[in-house]
Design a protein around this ligand. Sequence first.
Ligand SMILES: [Zn+2]
Length: 428
Amino acid sequence: MKAMRSNGEQGAGKTRPRRLLLCLDGVPHEVMETARERGLFDSFGPPSRLLSPFPTMTNVALSAMLGATSPLGYESLYFDKNARELRGGVSKYIGWRTPDKIPSSYMDELDYQEPLAFEFLVYVAPDKVWRTDMRRFHERFRDAPQTRDFFAFLKGTDGLLHIRGPERLAVALESLDKILREIQTTCGWETEIVLFSDHGMNLRENRRVHMKTHLRDRGFLPGSSFSERSRATVAIPAFGLCGYAAVYCGDEDAVADVANALVELEGVDFSVYKDGSEVVAVTGSNGVARIERKQTDAATSYRYLISEGDPLQLRPIVETMKQSGKLDAEGFASDEDWLEVTANHTYPDPLANLYTSLYTPRVRHTADVLVSLLDGYYYGWSPFARLTRLAATHGNALRPSSNAFLMSTHRVLPPYIRADNAQPLLRG
Ligand SMILES: [Zn+2]
């Protein structure tokens, strides 16, 4: 079952202390900072901002952070581009923990994750679920061999934030702080605790975006499969209530039209789609721009070309980079320079982040159009929406969802880290 335990034997207890890796689903960097101001987790170094990739969803984030295989789609309900139909969903979700259905290889590395039923119960009884989740994790960790790393994923924090909001999460973090102090007393300096999250969240009430209705009004036909090549058919998997949407088009000629049709929909910030090779088109209510990448043997560079407005709010930054001589004659700057000047931007690290969302296999079935919603809006499956009001959500490319955190009891980590660069810090 645990044949793929990759790093544990090499490092743990030999070249470095044994590690407890503990991922708290959906806990934003700012929430961890607030908890520390209240005196919690004071044996840890300062929390780094761990930049969660767009769309800021668990499977996308954890597979990047652990250098694991790509999941099939952004969520368990996904569109299969070969079969040209929706696949997965609730029934698949229930069954996904048999080996052939594991959505990404990071799941092989988990020593603890909540029992299956919790994933749905969390929406109706979030308090009970996180308490049981934390207790079980603690029990499981106590019984684990001390010579190996232990990797646990606490999912209860995500549901708690979605349904109850930050005040109740604060209570849960107090309990976790107590558990971790106890672990430190028992295990001592021989065990390093690495606490991190997969993505952040906006902490505000969120309303539904009526994407299918809007597209229907514009002449498109949202459905669950593409029987024939048609300009009008689109599929938009609706599952969790999240701040992004993945649109698949029946005909590639319709991709730009779909993105343009979404500009006027309330709650849509912008859409991205591939426009030629090494180019991402960004189109939204704040304007139209292109992200272009140039790859040479020595380096990766990007430029941001505005054709109207400033959809990613980068104009002042481009100006500053120009003045400090960081742009070449064509307006390209190195990937490293862009990361440095935009790591704490409204859209963290936007050029590389949005580029890789479409041009690298974040998931196996990449969407034709990825839509980033404004904070305060979600798209998703309506039966979930009827269960409850949504006190917080994540999924878009804005800072609250993109800023996860990473901190250690033994190491001071860099102030910001791209998800794609986290693996050596977690497992190395
Ligand atoms: Zn969530």
